[in-house]
Design a protein around this ligand. Structure first.
Ligand code: SF4
Ligand code: SF4
Length: 431
């Protein structure tokens, strides 16, 4: 794609990077067929190619974002299915990241949207506040119908609908601690405990710690680690995202100074995508660029790390599992076969639902901010999963777990919960 940026514009490293990305796009449109929003809405401006044109126009003209551009960029799930399809290697992820930062800086959203986004950014990334908010949701849930009629509070009504009816107690697995390896120590990893995940499904961290320590791996929950920053990053809140990234970089480098780490293990693929990108998002920070690149190089999805441990083959369990590959797992991190191989080796029969490349509609805060599109994608995803007639669903991202669980009665678990059970842990309560 031909671009017309001035030398002055290209002096901005963000613009220079976006220009390089834009020039790679050859307008072929292959990406449109696999874009969930284009598949649903059929509007070119809700396709990757259409969004790329909108971003180009906005950046090239150096103008503030307008409502049309914001509407179509907001509808993008950041699922990155377009990147898997694109034959030209267009780095849509970093392009849309830049567009979102530009929107946040130059566009004034209506008050109700600013209010809802501010509340989300001040709550979800902080486990204690998130837990409190979910408790409060339990109290006000009966008036959710009333809230839906008040435009200012409609987003909160959506959040109430999404909030789980019961909340599990907080788990010790999410607190800073060194979990000793059982038997001879084979390795040492840091674990990202996450922000929403330990509140919604503390069993995931518990299963991870149990499985890893049982395999002779010491697990460090580093003092000071916390939300990876992805939730606010996808809302264009760059400063808040970078602050979270720097805090985690400091926490993990301190842990590796104490005794070297083999990996930073991540159990939510959305977070894994962000941490693997720390080196990029902090590349312009002289104090952190090198350190962030080091942390990114150490980040591994739990399944990537488990694959290195060569877990023994287990007998068949007579349980059929539909594997839902989160977009951040398959399109962003390109981890496609490893989780399924681990499940098969652990004795599960694994099925691949149709349209596996399409997002379930969770996408961070997307199901809160774009509930209509999200609900359609959820229904489609659940239909495809249920068609495989599974006993259970496995996936590697908390957002997908909560989204799909709200649309089906088939139990849904994190892959690591099933693996933990197969290698000596307790049977998951959902089964
Ligand atoms: S990230 Fe997903 S929703 Fe956004 S343009 Fe690409 S395929 Fe479409
Ligand atoms: S497939 Fe790639 S090159 Fe083709 S229009 Fe989409 S982003 Fe551009």
């Amino acid at each position: 794609m031909q671009t017309n940026f001035s030398l002055e514009q290209l002096a901005d490293p963000h613009v220079a990077e976006s220009e390089k990305i834009l020039r790679k796009c050859v307008h072929c449109g292959f990406c449109t067929a696999t874009c969930p929003t284009y598949v649903l809405l059929g509007d070119e401006l809700d396709s990757p190619r259409g969004r790329i044109y909108l971003i180009k126009d906005m950046l090239e003209n150096g103008r503030p974002a307008d409502s049309e551009t914001v509407t179509h960029i907001d509808r993008c799930l950041s699922c990155l299915s377009c990147m898997t399809t694109c034959p030209s290697g267009v780095d849509y992820m970093h392009l849309v990241d830049h567009a979102r930062i530009h929107i946040e800086k130059t566009y004034r959203r209506p008050f109700k949207d600013r209010f809802a986004r501010a509340v989300i950014a001040a709550t979800l990334p902080y486990p204690k506040r998130f837990r409190l908010a979910l408790r409060a949701a339990g109290i006000v849930r009966p008036v959710s119908g009333l809230l839906k009629r008040i435009p200012l509070l409609r987003t909160f009504a959506v959040m109430l609908d999404l909030a789980p009816a019961t909340l599990p107690p907080a788990s010790a697995a999410a607190r800073p601690k060194i979990h000793a390896a059982k038997g001879a120590r084979r390795g040492r990893v840091a674990l990202l405990t996450g922000c929403a995940q330990p509140v919604l499904r503390p069993e995931i961290n518990e299963a991870t710690v149990r499985l890893l320590t049982g395999q002779g791996i010491e697990v460090v929950v580093a003092e000071g680690e916390g939300c990876c920053g992805a939730l606010v990053h996808h809302m264009g809140r760059e400063d808040q995202a970078l602050k979270a990234a720097r805090r985690n970089v400091d926490a993990w480098l301190k842990a590796t100074e104490e005794s070297s780490l083999d990996a930073i293990v991540v159990t939510a693929s959305g977070c894994g995508t962000m941490i693997k990108d720390y080196g990029h998002v902090l590349r312009l920070d002289p104090g952190y660029a090198e350190k962030a690149a080091k942390v990114s190089a150490m980040a591994k999805d739990i399944t990537e790390y488990l694959a290195e441990l060569d877990l023994p083959e287990q007998e068949a369990r007579g349980l059929t599992v539909a594997y839902h590959s989160a977009c951040s797992m398959q399109h962003a991190q390109k981890i496609t076969t490893v989780p399924k191989q681990l499940l098969k080796r652990a004795g599960f029969t694994v099925r691949d639902p149709a349209e596996g490349h399409l997002c379930c509609g969770s996408a961070g805060t997307y199901n809160i901010l774009q509930p209509e599109i999200s609900a359609k994608l959820k229904a489609r995803k659940v239909r495809n999963i249920e068609a495989t007639r599974p006993n259970a669903i496995a996936t590697g991202n908390i957002g997908c777990i909560m989204q799909i669980a709200s649309g089906t009665k088939v139990p849904i678990l994190h892959t690591v919960e099933l693996l933990d059970w197969a290698y000596g842990g307790p049977k998951p309560a959902e089964l």
